[in-house]
Write a protein that binds this ligand. Structure first.
Ligand code: NAG
Ligand code: NAG
Ligand code: NAG
Ligand code: NAG
Ligand code: NAG
Ligand code: NAG
Length: 788
């Protein structure tokens, strides 16, 4: 390859008339060179890179690589290159000339074996020596499935690293794992071969022009935005990517991922960080940008069971069965639609809902970020028409329109009552010509609208950033893992069954959801015809019968929880009427969360003012930890109801700067507090759960303490983390007037079946030790746990 000759000739043939000092040679290796992504975007992006940088002083060569032998792949590759095109402002002659050069600089390589990589390395060195050029760097773009990463990485590190002084950049495409654990595994594997600064993980949304503009926009307009970009003025933020296509043709991938892993964990989360993070002083400093992003990811409030609504378009199941060759017995809960509610735990955003929404087979294709401001101004005087548009009594919003939709191009829109934006002249310009449309409830004429002067593909932008070593628009290992930490928890807490929707416009209002007490729920009830036969049983009549000699109430989970909440309120009212006080002890774990939400959302008449709340058990972690039972009670109940501060009794696990040390006598202290306030230590009501191993409270099978004896409160150890616990003893529980055991979900079916047949051995299955001496025991078991 005659690199230098080409290089000088080109300059003479275009603009520059002298042969510039060569700043070094860059070899670009595109693996997966004949794949879809490469054909559609990557070659075009590399061509534009060449076009823009041809007079930068660097010389280039391009290697399109794949596993196939050259005879087969070469034609495929050159077919892909035929259709390369220039931006409209490039003169046709110049375009043709540069395209011709680009094709001459491009070669097919078979990269399959270690020898092939060594050969590539040697060829690069040899041709550079021949041309008298020095090496500036090597860029490997891996447009291949992740299972191929490790082999390629080993080969690059093993035999294709550039010599000292030249850089190595390795570009990876998603998916970057499937959950926290797999992402970490993959990241660790990469880190054995490459340094962090060599790895460029692409999220192509970070190359979208509107997304790329969010931080500069915030920085440039900080005088206007600083006073309003916060919880006092922002009502909510919507980050949305709607698609009309479905998963047809990709179901085997989609079955593994679903919409949350496919686009929300990555694209929408990256956008969220740009909108919500603190803007670093110097946006050119990638490290500052990445650090601020990481900080934001770390302040996302852990998601809860009700943080999301999920759906699945009706045709998905038949498509999966057909494409994956599954029979009629195959069912799937993969989400093709999700709405997720996120709160950010910092002073700027406390309490502001961020909604991340995406789905397939919806009514339109669009993606945008919408910042809706609060309607918090009262205008005293009437306004003239002209003034109305600018009045702060009108709705205020800023929209970062990413693409498609009614506007069908990237755009930034601000209602005219906010402020007039300004952009560097060459980049974005104010748009005046628009169809007479209404956009988010306001005529488009109510907005200032800005559009990029020239539209650029996201991959163009990213490839240029890779060339410049701008790591700020790529996903670092730390940021990736911080994002997965959040999303893995959300996925684990997700509802099991998505709502089935017809797809397209027919979906109507079925997927509309609302925010209520920091949780999401669908606005409409599920229509009956999509509920399967078994579920058509009368949903509101709980059945009552006997389980292990005690009363049992059963129903589907939701009505069952409603019934339990009613029973608790009735007990509370009775207790307050006769004694002026109600002592309620609550368990931790996931089942009671739905109960807490029910109580806080629907029981406004509950006598909270006279209620004392106690903990049945606690995990030995700080109260701020997501595993803390008290923390969960605080998030789901206490912050929504008005229980007097002095009536709340967390367990004293944290004393003398340590957790649950025997010597601190926390158990004795709690027992004394109970004796002091609860007459005869007999609670009006104790709520328990049931573990898969038969544990209840935190009394586990084989516990030394707490099954019998006269201790009221004990330390215990769980087989699962966090290991150390503090718990009511069974004798204390058995003093109560009422004990309710709540058992929810398919996961509990086995233990329910087991204990219904087993011999009553409290040492083996502590739940058998629950036998109130003079009170009443009631089981609340849902149909899933009962029948599965
Ligand atoms: C790649 O390596 C294999 C095995 O070493 C060899 O057979 C093949 O010819 C090599 N391909 C090229 C294009 O050199
Ligand atoms: C990466 O290459 C270096 C230098 O050749 C080598 O010492 C190292 O063992 C390689 N790393 C792995 C994980 O193979
Ligand atoms: C901003 O950061 C870049 C990259 O680190 C640096 O070159 C530049 O000097 C910085 N600018 C200022 C004003 O600090
Ligand atoms: C825009 O359209 C609306 C209704 O579609 C119409 O009432 C209004 O007069 C139109 N405005 C202009 C400027 O064409
Ligand atoms: C805990 O109780 C024991 C026995 O009653 C006593 O000796 C010890 O001082 C107590 N520890 C603390 C920190 O109060
Ligand atoms: C306390 O317990 C004793 C003995 O079990 C019983 O006689 C007494 O009535 C109880 N007192 C109250 C207020 O329940």
């Amino acid at each position: 390859m005659q690199l230098r000759v080409l290089y000088c000739f080109l300059l003479v043939g275009t603009v520059a008339v002298f042969c510039k000092e060569n700043k070094g040679h860059i070899s670009v290796v595109l693996l997966g060179a004949t794949g879809d992504l490469a054909k559609k975007y990557l070659w075009q992006g590399l061509f534009h890179l060449y076009l823009n940088e041809v007079s930068s002083g660097h010389s280039f060569s391009f290697h399109g690589a794949a596993l196939t032998v050259p005879e087969k792949a070469e034609t495929l590759l050159f077919d892909a290159l035929k259709s390369l095109s220039c931006p409209v402002d490039v003169h046709a002659d110049r375009c043709a000339l540069i395209k011709d050069q680009f094709l001459k600089l491009t070669r097919y390589r078979q990269l399959k074996t270690a020898e092939n990589y060594t050969a590539l390395h040697q060829d690069i060195l040899a041709s550079l020596a021949e041309e008298g050029l020095h090496e500036a760097g090597r860029l490997f773009y891996l447009s291949v499935p992740p299972f191929a990463y490790a082999d390629i990485a080993r080969n690059i590190n093993g035999s294709c690293r550039p010599p000292p002084g030249a850089w190595l950049r390795v570009v990876l495409e998603k998916p970057f794992g499937h959950d926290y654990e797999s992402a970490e595994k993959l990241a660790n594997a990469m880190q054995t071969f490459f340094r962090e600064d060599e790895i460029y993980r692409v999220d192509h949304y970070l190359g979208k022009q509107t997304v790329e503009q969010i931080l500069p926009f915030r920085r440039r307009h900080h005088r206007h935005l600083d006073p309003i970009w916060n919880r006092h003025h922002v009502e909510r933020v919507e980050i949305v990517m709607k698609e009309t296509v479905d998963a047809k043709g990709r179901t085997s991938f989609y079955e593994e991922y679903g919409v949350i892993r496919d686009v929300i964990q990555n694209h929408l989360t990256e956008i969220l960080t740009y909108v919500a993070m603190e803007v670093p002083r110097n946006l050119s400093d990638s490290n500052d940008v990445l650090r601020a992003k990481l900080e934001l990811l770390g302040s996302l409030q852990p998601p809860e069971h009700n943080s999301a609504v999920i759906g699945q378009y009706q045709n998905y199941l038949p498509q999966v069965r057909e494409e994956m060759e599954k029979n009629e017995n195959y069912f799937t809960n993969t989400q093709t639609f999700a709405g997720v509610l996120i709160y950010i735990d910092n002073a700027r955003w406390e309490g502001v809902p961020f909604l991340l929404v995406s789905g397939k087979d919806l009514d339109e294709r669009t993606s945008y970020v919408r910042v809706v401001f609060k309607d918090n101004t009262f205008c005293v005087l009437q306004e003239s028409k002209e003034e109305t548009v600018k009045s702060s009594c009108q709705p205020k919003q800023i929209i970062f329109h990413i693409g498609n939709g009614a506007l069908n191009s990237p755009a930034i829109l601000l209602t005219r009552n906010l402020f007039k934006a300004s952009f560097p002249l060459s980049q974005w310009k104010e748009a005046s010509e628009f169809p007479n449309i209404s956009y988010f409830g306001q005529p488009i004429s109510d907005y200032y609208v800005w559009r990029p002067s020239q539209e650029r593909d996201a991959y163009d932008v990213l490839i240029s950033n890779i060339y410049r070593g701008r790591k700020g628009s790529f996903v670092t290992t730390k940021n990736l893992l911080a994002s997965w930490k959040f999303w893995t928890r959300l996925l684990e807490n997700l509802d099991e069954t998505p709502r089935i929707y017809p797809g397209g416009a027919e979906t109507g209002t079925m997927l509309d959801f609302l925010i209520e007490q920091r949780a999401l729920r669908y606005v409409t009830d599920e229509p009956l015809e999509v509920i399967s036969m078994g579920q058509k049983m009368n949903a509101f009549a709980s059945t009552q019968s006997i389980f292990l000699g005690n009363t049992m109430v059963s129903n589907w989970a939701e009505p069952l929880i409603q019934k339990l909440a009613q029973d608790i309120q009735a007990t509370a009212e009775e207790a307050v009427k006769s004694r002026g006080v109600f002592h309620l002890a609550l368990s931790g774990g996931s089942s009671p969360v739905a109960l807490f939400q029910q109580l806080s959302r629907h029981h406004y008449g509950f006598p909270w003012k006279h209620t004392h709340l106690w903990m049945v058990d606690e995990r030995c972690v700080p109260f701020t930890d997501t595993d803390s039972n008290f923390g969960s009670l605080e998030r789901h109940l206490l912050r929504h109801v008005r229980v007097p501060y002095v009536n709340i009794h967390p367990m004293p696990i944290h004393k003398n700067q340590r957790l649950c040390a025997e010597a601190d006598n926390g158990t004795e202290e709690y027992a004394q507090e109970i004796s002091a306030l609860v007459s005869n230590s007999s609670f009006d009501m104790v709520l328990l759960g049931l573990g898969n191993d038969g544990h209840t409270a935190s009394i586990f099978p084989g516990s030394q303490d707490g099954i019998t004896g006269d201790k009221l409160v004990v330390f215990s150890e769980s087989p699962l983390k966090p290991i150390n616990r503090m718990s009511f003893s069974l004798p204390l529980i058995n003093k109560a007037q009422k004990v309710a055991v709540l058992v929810l979900g398919k996961g509990k079916h086995d233990i329910i079946t087991l204990i219904s047949r087993a011999e009553s051995k409290p040492k083996k299955w502590p739940i058998f030790g629950v036998k109130p001496t003079s009170g009443q025991l009631v089981w609340y078991i849902d149909y899933d746990a009962m029948f599965r």
